[in-house]
Design a protein around this ligand. Structure first.
Ligand code: NAD
Ligand code: MG
Length: 379
């Protein structure tokens, strides 16, 4: 049995990864990490019997040690503990499902230990794509995408990458498809947290409502598939049945389809190049009836143009885009800034950020901190 480590095991992707473990019966859970949800991690320890776990929050780790002292599990803490969970000798594949730049160090730790990566934590590639891809190549590590669009692109390319001409990345359009920017002025967190097709963690759900998620995904695709951003075209596809498409040099377009269920791309990232038993319900195309496509409304959703601008600037600019967004989403969820301010704050941070090129890891973290500071000052 393949041994896996799940970073962010208490979140939306983390728990669905454990569902895939249950359904397929093909993986042994060796390590788990989460931030502060002690109750759920305790339940996971009792069910999956991992050898090592980590709570990055120190208080939560102390609490957990008391709760599970009747079991042989080793309880680590802090970001170093998450890095240890990512690099245990016994582990074959690490599922990176931490949210935000917090996942960067543990993902690099897994890569440097030669683990296969099932990558959900897109912010890792967005903030430090060049460093991460370079380390992956140096260490002969395969990065298998968990993000549904990137899994679709990967499956559609099917080893014909040298003929790739264009990527068509689909977006559901989120809960505010068809609205004007003015209509979004007074959107509340409750309204923005209602995604039409997917059930996900709070941060990515807000990112889907602002379309920042698509901006992050374009940058993620640029690093994973080696195309410039002007060859990655986002389009709205309301039904979320086609998860993305690729166009080859002869004009042929290949799409990957399926129900909107993250267990499918998670399972493929774990089993590649093989496939497993069904992990989700079958797609009923007659029931779906029609598939619809629309252009992005770039005026209402400036997030995609800002992401492309960040990608074209290169250096630390994508880390600034991401850091400003993480800080602004936190403020919005806490009722401290307007929905439409999220993209305005990203733009301000990008305007003021230093344009450091060829960054080292510490430049990335400095740019992230700089962006968060600007967002706090401008909000
Ligand atoms: P989530 O909020 O549901 O879960 C996040 C997990 O990360 C939790 O286990 C939490 O304990 C842990 N975590 C949070 N902050 C942390 C910190 N500072 N240090 C260490 N651990 C921390 O998020 P999610 O929706 O599962 O998303 C996880 C990642 O997967 C994100 O990068 C997201 O963009 C990506 N993703 C998610 C989906 C989805 O359907 N949920 C789809 C595609 C990609
Ligand atoms: Mg996605």
């Amino acid at each position: 049995m393949k041994k896996i480590s799940v970073l962010g095991s208490t979140g939306s992707i983390g728990t669905q990864t454990l569902d895939v473990v249950d359904i397929t019966g093909q993986y042994e859970v060796f390590a788990l990490s989460a931030h502060s949800n002690v109750e759920l991690l305790e339940k996971q320890i009792r069910k999956y019997k991992p050898s090592v776990v980590c709570m990055t929050d120190e208080n939560a780790a102390s609490d957990l040690r008391v709760r599970v002292k009747d079991t042989p599990v080793k309880v680590l803490s802090g970001i170093d503990g998450a890095c240890e969970c990512a690099s245990c000798d016994e582990v074959d594949t690490v599922v990176t499902a931490i949210v935000g730049i917090a996942g960067l160090k543990p993902t690099l730790s897994a890569i440097r230990s030669g683990k296969r990566i099932a990558l959900a934590n897109k912010e890792t590639l967005v903030t430090a794509g060049e460093i991460v891809m370079r380390e992956a190549s140096l260490n002969n590590v395969e990065i298998l995408p968990v993000d549904s669009e990137h899994s679709a692109i990967f499956q559609s390319i099917a080893n014909q990458g040298k003929f790739l001409n264009r990527i068509i990345i689909t977006a559901s359009g989120g809960p505010f498809f068809g609205k004007t920017r003015e209509e979004l002025e007074n959107v509340t967190p409750e309204m923005a947290l209602k995604h039409p097709n997917w059930s996900m963690g709070a941060k990515i759900t807000i990112d889907s409502a602002t379309l920042v998620n698509k901006g992050l995904e374009i940058i993620e695709a640029m690093h994973l598939f080696g195309l410039p951003v002007d060859k990655i075209q986002p389009i709205v596809h309301r039904e979320s049945i086609i998860h993305s498409m690729v166009e080859f040099c002869d004009g042929s377009i290949i799409a990957q389809m399926g129900v909107a269920d993250m267990k499918l791309p998670i399972s493929y990232a774990l089993s590649y190049p093989k496939r497993t038993v069904p992990v989700c319900k079958a797609l009923d195309l007659v029931g779906v009836g029609k598939l619809s496509f629309f252009d992005i409304d770039y005026r209402t959703f400036p997030s995609i143009d800002l992401a492309k601008k960040a990608a074209e600037s290169g250096g630390v600019m994508c880390a600034v885009y991401n850091g400003a967004n993480e800080a602004a989403v936190e403020l919005f969820l806490g009722g401290k800034c307007k929905f439409t301010a999220i993209t305005e704050l990203i733009e301000k941070a990008m305007d003021r950020a230093p344009k450091t090129q060829n960054p080292e890891l510490e430049d990335i973290f400095m740019a992230d901190m700089f962006a968060r500071k600007i967002v706090k000052e401008c909000c």
